[in-house]
Ligand binder design. Sequence first.
Ligand code: PLP
Ligand code: COI
Length: 339
Amino acid sequence: MSQIDWANLPFGYFKTDYNVRAYYKDGKWSDLEVRQDEMINLHMAATCLHYGQEAFEGLKAFRGVDGKIRMFRPDENAKRLVLSANGIMMQPVPTDLFIEACKKVVKLNEKYIPPYGVGASFYLRPLLIGSGAQVGVKPAKEYVFLVFGGPVGPYFKSGFKPVPMQIVKDYDRVAPLGTGLFKVGGNYAASLKASERAHDEGFSTVLFLDSKEHKYIDEAGPANFFAIKGNKYITPDSHSILRSITNMSLQQIAADMGMEVERRPIEEEELSTFDEIGACGTAAVISPISKIVDRSTGKEYVVSKDGEAGPVSTKLYKALRGIQEGEIEDKHGWNLIVE
Ligand code: PLP
Ligand code: COI
């Protein structure tokens, strides 16, 4: 293995040595299979290809200050994959199988776990697909569950420097009673046009509004939204956003710091009243937001005037990373140590 430049890793695919897979067939899950190749042999009529029976997860493992490897809240990702699977009628993956697969990928690829303190982590990507053949619109009878992973750097190139977001009203990512709360590929396909255009226009990401009224903040393309106003941590309450595990954790950390946590609808106009705004997620961690521009009205909400992250976002970021890297007591039992 040639030397990895840990400090300058992008967020992207990184080939490692092993992935693991399990197969659902004839009403039961197989044992895990360890594989070295990166390909899947799929039936051409597999439902994932035609009818979008596909869900995925994203979670991270960290090398701590004590040299131990910690996975962050894998039980929550397992739960969410069950929710996603049920949402689009796929066979759910049992939690034990999910966690065993993630642990195995970490252990087998241990040499790719970034060292402590370089600002990188090991990103795990569990995937569940309908592999059985159907031509009528029906759920498959067979499924493949696989997990691969690799070392990654920050999702937004600037790292912890504030980035600009764009509000769009001419594209919706999900329907009001649709699949927004499931982590299914179709949601991301539906976000691509708006996201690529936003990038071309100089923004890091899109901020989607609720698709019924285009009035309330939903979430960013790859991350949840939160705002700080005085001593309050405020985040949208919406049926059409992903239940971000990072956001849940930040709400707890904020409460532990003595902040008030509000989950409620947030109107676009309220953006001008916030002290700090951030996008949060496994890949994004906390990405502070510098400004938000509404593409349809041209209205600009400036959040960070000096180009730096705000003090509360910085505190939250340090607390989260501190727990994940074993520097701060994990008092809620979020980390799973991989031995
Ligand atoms: N929202 C969307 C659309 C996402 O893709 C992600 C990434 O997983 C998140 C929010 C953040 O969720 P989590 O913190 O569980 O990674
Ligand atoms: C994650 O944060 O895990 C995500 O899935 C975001 C993006 C890479 C889709």
